[in-house]
Design a binder for this molecule. Sequence first.
Ligand code: PLP
Length: 415
Amino acid sequence: MSYSEKTRDLYLSQLADIRNGGIFKEERFIHSSQAADIEVEFPSGSDLKKVINMCSNNYLGLSSHPDVIKAAHEGLESRGYGMSSVRFICGTQDIHRELENKVTEFLGTEDTILFPSCMDANAGVFEAILTSEDIMISDRLVHASIIDGMRLCSAQHDTFKHSSMEHLEEKLLLHSNKRLKLVITDGVFSMDGDTAKLDQMARLCEKYDALLLVDDSHATGFIGRTGRGTHELCNVMGRIDIITTTFGKALGGASGGCVSGRKEIVEMCRQKARPYLFSNTIAPVIVSGVLKVFDILSASTERRDKLEKNAAFWRKGLKDAGFILKEGNTPIVPVMLFNAKLSQDFSKELFNEGIYAIGFFFPVVPNGQARIRTQISAGHEIHHLEAALEKFIKVGKKLGILGLTKDQIIEKFGL
Ligand SMILES: *Cc1c(COP(=O)(O)O)cnc(C)c1O
């Protein structure tokens, strides 16, 4: 035992720095299942409070859907609780293959490989398919898990300015002598709710002989006319070489992820991706639930249509009330407050009013870009959105920001 007082003090002082910097992350304990209405214990130890959840990734409202729960129960009964093995030894069931085939069909790709999470998919895919002769060119705002995955890969790395097609083209020209070029982007960017210009990106990749990878974690299941994702929205289905996505958001929200795309690339992942080779895959109970989710999505677009309507209603309501929003067309609707403390005060006031929405500030978003990120769900009914809107307006008035311009908010509260 060598956890000396000196070592303990070292960590205590680092934790104190985090607290003093105002970026200590406090968990809120939910005592109910994930849904539009939840019961929350916050701060820890306090009485439960019933609130409307305005910040979950439960886009399609499937996290607690009775049919998904029933399918999970059946899976638990018929295939057991755990696999007790990684896949290539004795950890693969027929239902894993069935889910891979379903995902392939849904996304319109050639093949799919499951991972324990999308974080793992991103951690494994780059190293499995690239070498030091290759280059990864990523959008500057890609998700943290992509950044970690690129760190684990020996290929060279460069970036292009967020969604700038001119800058991407420059970089493609600059790196034209590399063996393979892989362009990397999120489909929907989770902090701003904007979508990648996949049509232009696909065209550039075809022109400069580059591969294209899209992480569609905030899109699969609801973006595009039938919810296939950003590639459907941008009319480039079949032209994206690699899609990574999660089952931990719209698709039931439990856990799991995948790499879907060109057959040979998926096969390379099966042979070489380390999170696939050295970690158990998705538990049978979850596979069974996700299979049901795909049945629900394939049968009807009702949920994603409702989500689209809900999001439009919410966006318009906030805008008409005089809030500053990040423009976009997704269920991610950031309410811009710019000042970090203001975002925390706003979130606290909302919670007191029975609305659960978290304020984000640096380093999660750029300095001076603090915001409340709201996320709309098909699990919301109009009465939820009306109640939330009323409370947003009440708090907005109380804090004196309604109708103010960005400059006026900054003048009033500082940065
Ligand atoms: C949430 C998210 C992930 C991680 O998904 P998990 O399956 O929870 O690991 C990866 N990429 C993006 C873009 C995400 O938003």
